[in-house]
Design a protein around this ligand. Structure first.
Ligand code: KG4
Ligand code: ZN
Length: 343
């Protein structure tokens, strides 16, 4: 095994297979993306209206070796030059995770390089450091994806605290379920974002779950049920509702709570910067609202480029870099952990 010194050039090969994207990236020194290949399975799963785990695993197996070969070729790097092999080992679909984890273990072992297991949620957060490596800590991070909704206080690299989380659905999950009920297809977030632009955010007054006054937790099952009830009763009465208005009012109900609680977390912790991460971070209204309120309040708001918000291996490589320079390393007994926690 090579010894990692802080001054060496670090080339991390990163692998992400936790859900429906097979992705391989090579990251230099934590923030230079030499290559970030993403093979999306969305068109395969669209016909089923959501991700079919068994199909996802098979698709990852078909793509993974080819993508690694292609990534090395595109970056012009020989496998021996790599400093480490990083892989998402949770949370996610167990069969899908196992494809990446098994490949990464074999590859790291064959090369005699360090192996690093990375938490997928941390990966989403570190997508911010790819474009903004000089973000000053401490920060608050709002992580909003298909499976997760968390508020984190990040004191320094590797030292964080979950200060809020969803008690039921994740924000992206709510977007996907409502889009499905409206017949907008999978994944629903981008479609709701798009059609909301032509809708009225005040057309329907959907509920916001603020929970206890001091709570930084979230709950999206109430707003989801309210929209589903509206859709069902309209269809029973033969009414046609303007779908742009439903989408815009629903999106606003979710974003209102996300933005309010994110800034409440900023106030509570006294940080000067707020990071946004996860697939829902690609939402244009959420970015705009956080950005403009941040500007009014003198809080710096960072969010990754849209392609780095949804699942990709570059973010895994960025998170791995900060683990690597602290001397962390996983054993070859690294396993896929479908419900891997942040703490
Ligand atoms: O982070 P991600 O790729 O996968 C998970 O780790 O879960 O997030 C996918 C989620 C899906 O729920 C998708 O609908 C949502 O992110 N999403 C969006 C947008 N783009 C993706 N939600 C709202 N607006 C968007 N523009
Ligand atoms: Zn994700």
């Amino acid at each position: 095994m090579s010894i990692i010194g802080k001054k060496d050039v670090q080339l991390v090969l990163a692998i992400e297979t936790s859900c429906d994207e097979t992705s391989v990236a090579i990251i230099k020194d934590g923030n230079q993306v030499l290559v970030n290949l993403i093979s999306s399975q969305i068109s395969t799963h669209q016909q089923f209206g959501g991700v079919v785990p068994e199909v996802a695993s098979r698709k990852h197996i078909e793509s993974i070796s080819l993508l690694v070969e292609e990534a090395l070729k595109e970056a012009g790097i020989q496998p021996e030059e790599l400093s480490a092999v990083a892989v998402t080992n949770g949370p996610g679909l167990v069969g899908a995770l196992l494809v990446g984890v098994s490949f990464a273990k074999a590859y790291a072992f064959a090369l005699g390089k360090p192996l690093l297991g990375v938490n997928h949620i941390l990966g989403h957060i570190y997508a911010n450091f790819l474009e903004h490596p000089n973000i000053e800590l401490p920060v608050v991070c709002l992580v909003v994806s298909g499976g997760h909704t968390h508020l984190l206080y990040i004191k320094e690299h590797g030292e964080y605290q979950v200060i809020g989380r969803t008690r039921d659905d994740a924000a992206g999950e709510a977007f996907d379920k409502i889009a499905r009920a409206m017949g907008l297809g999978y994944p629903g977030g981008p479609m709701i974002d798009k059609i909301s632009k032509a809708g009225d955010i005040k057309a329907f007054d959907f509920p916001r779950a603020w929970l206890e006054p001091s709570s930084l937790d979230f709950s999206f099952s109430g707003v989801k049920s309210a929209v589903l009830n509206l859709l069902n009763s309209a269809s029973m009465k033969g009414q046609t509702l303007k779908e742009e208005d439903i989408a815009a009012s629903f999106q606003e109900a979710i974003i209102d709570v996300l933005v309010t609680k994110a800034f409440a977390a900023v106030d509570e912790t006294g940080v000067k910067s707020l990071l946004l991460a996860g697939g829902v971070a690609a939402n244009s209204r959420l970015r705009q609202q956080l950005g403009s309120i941040g500007e009014q309040r003198g809080i710096k708001v960072y969010y990754p480029a849209p392609v780095l918000c949804t699942d990709n291996a570059a973010m895994i490589g960025a998170a791995a870099y900060y683990q690597l320079i602290k001397g962390a390393q996983s054993g070859l007994d690294l396993n896929a952990v479908p419900n891997l926690k942040l703490e």
